[in-house]
Design a protein around this ligand. Structure first.
Ligand code: PNS
Length: 172
């Protein structure tokens, strides 16, 4: 059994992530989508929400499961007999940091990193950009699964309402 991990923050999951997960699932017997839940102030979605959205999106892939991970990715891999970390590479700019992480992870545990070139239609895609474009009213329907699009709309609406409330309170 060759098991791989697709790690990330997935805040939120995009069609680019799902393309990599799908391709990893055809290369390995089993794929664990590892959702990082280490503390960070800047998340739009909670760990539970991020996990729920990915779980729904990979429903049709029988050899893919989704798990939260905290702490070191290499510990997560070691505990689950994961032999490879699969990462999508969008552009050369991704490479420096990804290589550094791959080498660090390899120095910590017997886990290889497999780089998969991002499909050209997703080479510009990042969760951070999706959030920014959606926050300014741009159309991201072609970049995320429909359920993520709906939740993105809801959450950004909530954030806008919160900010309006804060402005009103500040005006006194
Ligand atoms: O989607 P992201 O934010 O690019 O994902 C980054 C992630 C979660 C894969 C990376 O930050 C990670 O592996 N974090 C876990 C902590 C860890 O193992 N750090 C050492 C990396 S060499």
């Amino acid at each position: 059994m060759r098991r791989a991990a697709c790690p990330g923050s997935f805040d939120p999951v995009t069609n680019g992530h799902l393309d990599i997960v799908r391709r990893a699932s055809s290369l390995f017997d089993e794929v664990v989508v590892a959702v990082g839940v280490n503390q960070s102030k800047n998340r739009l979605f909670t760990a539970e929400e991020r996990i729920e959205m990915i779980t729904e999106a990979v429903e049709e892939l029988p050899n893919v499961r989704v798990e939260a991970f905290e702490g070191l990715l290499t510990d997560f891999c070691r505990d689950r007999d994961i032999v490879a970390i699969v990462k999508g590479l969008r552009a050369v700019s991704d490479f420096d940091y990804e290589l550094q992480m791959a080498q660090m992870n390899r120095s910590l545990a017997a886990v290889e990193t497999v780089f998969v070139p991002t499909s050209p239609e997703y080479s510009f895609l990042a969760s951070s950009l999706v959030k920014e474009v959606a926050a300014f009213g741009g159309d991201v329907a072609h970049l995320v699964p429909p359920k993520v699009l709906a939740r993105l709309g809801e959450r950004l609406g909530e954030r806008r309402a919160e900010r309006r409330g804060e402005r009103r309170a500040n005006r006194g």
